[in-house]
Design a protein around this ligand. Sequence first.
Ligand code: ATP
Length: 364
Amino acid sequence: MGTMIQLQQVGKTFDGNHVLNNVNLTIQEGDFMTFLGPSGCGKTTTLRIIAGLEQPNAGIVTISGNIVDNAALHQHTAPGDRGLSLVFQSYALWPHMTVYENIAFGLSIKKLGKPDIKHKVEESLEKMRIRELKDRYPSELSGGQQQRVAIARAIVTEPTILLLDEPLSNLDAKLRIEMRAELKRLHRDLKTTIIYVTHDQVEALTLSTKIAVFFKGQLVQVDTPRGLYRNPATLEVADFIGNPSINFVPASIAKAGELWQIQSELGLLHLPLQDKPYGDEVVLALKPEDLHLSEVPIPGGIPCQIYSVFPAGSETLIQLQHGEVTLMAKTIGEADFETDSTVWVTFPSEKVNVYNRKSGSLIP
Ligand code: ATP
C-alpha cells in the first residue's frame, strides 16, 4: 500500500490566530482515517486543506505523489483537480435536480451509458435506504435524508479518495448505526481511501483503520483504534477517549525493580514499567471496565465504599469512593451492589497506564 496523502509541517492561521500548528500526517492508500477531537480543534480545517478549499499558510500537501500545496511557493491546486470526492455536513445538493438526477450527475459526466448509470444509481439508493425518495427534490427532504443523498452522490462514482465531514450528524441513532455499517462495507468493497471527520469517539473507534486525534490545532496521536483505546498518548487523549471517562489517580514512583513500586492514593501498587521515571510524580489511568469488584475481601483488593449505582440495561456503572479518590467502574449486565456497602477492587496491573504528571505523556 502506497502513500496517498501526506501533510508536512502544515500550519493555518485565520486572522492571525493559529488554528493548525505543524501538522505532519501520512495517510496510506486504503486507510479509513478519522480525524477525531473536540469542537474547534482543527479537524475540518485539515480536511478542507486536503480538499483544497483552504490554503495552508505553512507546509506541503501531497496527494498521490503530486504536490497540491506548497505554502512557501504559493503553489495551490484547485479542489476540482485533486481527484477527490467530498461530502460535507452542509454540502448542498443541486436544488433543481431530483435525488436521482443528483446522484446520476457525476456518472453522466463520466459519459457512462444510461443502463449503467441506472444500475449504479439504484444500487447506491438501495445502500443508503433512500430508494423511495428518488423523484423528490432536495427541498422536500429532511436533513438526514439530504445527508444520505449526499453520501450516495459521492460514492456512486467510486472515488479513490472520499472525504466525509460529520456525514451522519443529522441521522437518528438507529439509522446512524445502519449507515456506519454501509460505510464500513463500502470501504471494504471499494478499497477507497476515506478521510472522515467526527467528534464522536464511538464512530471513530468502530469505523476507522487509523485515528488522528487533534487538540487545539495540534495533532497529538495517530494510531489504530485499538492502540488509541489501550494506550492514549497523553492525559488529554485518555480523558477524551472512553465512556464513562477514564479514572485518574495521582501517584508517585517509590521504588524501581522488576515491578515498580508506586505510591498512590489507592495505596502501594506494583506495576511493570519499561522506562525509568524514578522519583517522578505521575498519574495512573484506570479504565472503568478494568476494575473488578468483589463483595468479600480478596488479596490485594482495595476497599471502596459504593457511592452510587447506575443500572443502564446491558451494563451497570458503579461509583466508588476510597478516601479522597472517586472511581467509576463498569460491569457488563445487571449488578446488585448496595449503596454504602464495601467492595474490594482489583485490576490487572498491565492494564494501568502511567502518565508523567508534568508533561502529561504516557510512560511506556
Ligand atoms: P467542529 O467539530 O466544531 O467542526 P473542528 O475541529 O472541525 O470543530 P475547525 O472547523 O477546523 O474545527 O476550526 C478550528 C478553528 O478555526 C476554530 O477555532 C474556528 O473558529 C476557526 N476557524 C475555522 N474556519 C475559520 C474561518 N473561515 N475564519 C476564521 N476562523 C475560522
